[in-house]
Design a protein around this ligand. Structure first.
Ligand code: ARG
Length: 466
């Protein structure tokens, strides 16, 4: 096995030789944690300013350090920075380059700090920023649904339980169900940001530091509400990453249910919706096909995102306090999930905005499967004072009769109805159409168009503040 002659320039003091090639490979995280460069440099700038303010380093050293860091930021952003695997991670790559640029003062930047609080800070800042992006994407999707819900507040479709036709609902009402789901995701995002809004910088390796640092100053400069309270927890905690992944997993689960409905609804058997050309694909062999690939891929991303959550939970499980190198394995899962959830949300917003609703097939399907049977039972309760259980039985007989006549409930004659129960009058026929059924469900949160419109109004208001 090959062994490098030179030991690590950052921590190699007690090492006679450098790491084997395999050691270097398993140890390095620069291949992916370079994504944290902006957070790493922001953290160092805040730390250096605090070290100067508290008199731990001189104003001159501070000036050189911050100029150097800004040069490095520009180098990275312009693709002029050479990342080195020998330097392990983003923290040491930046610091080594700072030493190249400014010499000795660079060595003062790491006073009262460790890579343990540094990585905890960088990653927390990254996750927090990512959650802000998720919030924006969720709002875009919710807004897309609100527009479709408004257009279709009175468009009747079958509501399902067990994927069997249950009762007529409106397409707007169904859209608003998703608004509730993604609205909960949005509130989870807000809660999580609030909880992670504490700066771990200054926890140092795990025990805090003997230098007179000002953690409130760095917390404020980096946009945190306050510093974390326990230095051991500060470097051990990855809850913010787990919370991000849990939120992303729940949100992806919601997206997968919607994706599945889109797949089903766009089949020729259902024919409820038509996806736009922009969000579907053709088949290389069957010219007639239009496939809902985007919806299928959104459905699949759920597995990948939830896999990341389970993966990181397993990495963290059983780790003793405080920092262990296992925790370096936290990043790829989060980066991958972040990319996936962003893409899935964007694709879904596009599909929802562009899809065409085929109102006639929805309405036709809404009336099939005796979907207004409950309306008949409810009428028996209201008009004849029948107990609901008995009304349920009577209606069951009406359904059986309609079935034997191969017709639907509203096409039974009054005679047919009276053979089921003599007190039924022709008033019943005013209640058996799908429109009447939907219109009657005015209970709070129900499917009546006016109720749906008031749900839309509620969410429009709430979204302004969300
Ligand atoms: N690359 C490391 C990580 O991502 C940084 C922290 C290393 N700390 C240490 N004590 N070796 O976790």
């Amino acid at each position: 096995m090959t062994t490098e002659k030179s030991s690590n320039q950052m921590w190699g003091g007690r090492f006679a030789s450098g790491p084997s090639a395999i050691m270097e490979e398993i140890n390095a995280s620069i291949g992916y944690d370079r994504k944290l460069y902006a957070q790493d440099i922001a953290g160092s700038l805040a730390h250096a300013a605090m070290l100067a303010k508290t008199g731990i380093i001189s104003a001159d050293d501070h000036k050189q350090i911050s100029d150097g860091l800004n040069t490095i930021l520009a180098e990275i952003e312009n693709g002029k920075f050479t990342f080195s695997r020998k330097l392990e991670d983003i923290h040491m790559n930046v610091e080594a380059r700072l030493a190249d640029l400014i010499g000795a003062p660079a060595g003062r930047l790491h006073t009262a700090r460790s890579r343990n609080d540094q990585v905890a800070l960088d990653f927390r800042l990254w996750v927090k920023n990512e959650l802000e992006k998720t919030a924006v994407s969720l709002k875009v999707l919710i807004e897309a649904f609100l527009i479709r819900a408004e257009e279709h507040a009175a468009t009747v479709m079958p509501g399902f339980t067990h994927l069997q036709t249950a009762q007529p609902v409106t397409f707007g009402h169904h859209c608003m169900a998703y608004v509730e789901m993604f609205g909960r995701d949005l509130s989870r995002v807000r809660d999580a940001i609030e909880r992670m809004n504490e700066s771990p910088l200054g926890a140092a390796a795990l025990a805090g530091t003997g230098f007179p640092i000002d953690r409130h100053m760095t917390a404020e400069a980096l946009g945190f509400r306050e510093p974390t309270r326990n230095s051991i927890d500060s470097v051990s905690d990855r809850d913010y990453a787990l919370e991000f992944l849990s939120i992303a997993s729940i949100c992806a689960t919601h997206l997968s249910r919607l994706a599945e409905e889109i797949v089903i609804w766009s089949t020729s058997q259902f024919n409820f919706i038509c996806l736009s050309d922009a969000f579907s694909t053709g088949s290389s062999i069957m010219p007639q096909k239009k496939n809902p690939d985007a919806a299928e891929l959104v459905r699949a991303k759920t597995g990948r995102i939830t896999g990341s959550l389970v993966g990181l939970l397993m990495v963290m499980k059983g780790l003793p306090l405080a920092y262990s190198k296992d925790m370096q394995e936290d990043k790829e899962a989060v980066f991958d999930a972040a990319e996936s959830i962003e893409l899935a949300l964007a694709a879904m917003s596009g599909m929802v905005s562009d899809l065409t609703v085929i109102e006639a097939s929805m309405k036709k399907a809404a009336g099939s499967g005796y979907s207004t049977a409950t309306d008949l039972a409810d009428w028996l309760v209201r008009a004849l004072g029948m107990p609901f259980r008995e009304a349920h039985h009577v209606t069951g007989r009406a359904v059986a009769l309609a079935e034997s006549k191969k017709t639907d409930l509203s096409s039974l004659t009054l005679e047919d109805m009276q053979s089921i129960h003599p007190q039924i009058t022709d008033a019943i026929f005013g209640f058996l159409t799908v429109d009447k059924s939907v219109e009657s469900r005015q209970s709070f949160g129900g499917t009546a168009p006016q109720e749906v419109r008031s749900q839309i109004k509620y969410w429009k208001n709430r979204l302004i503040k969300a």
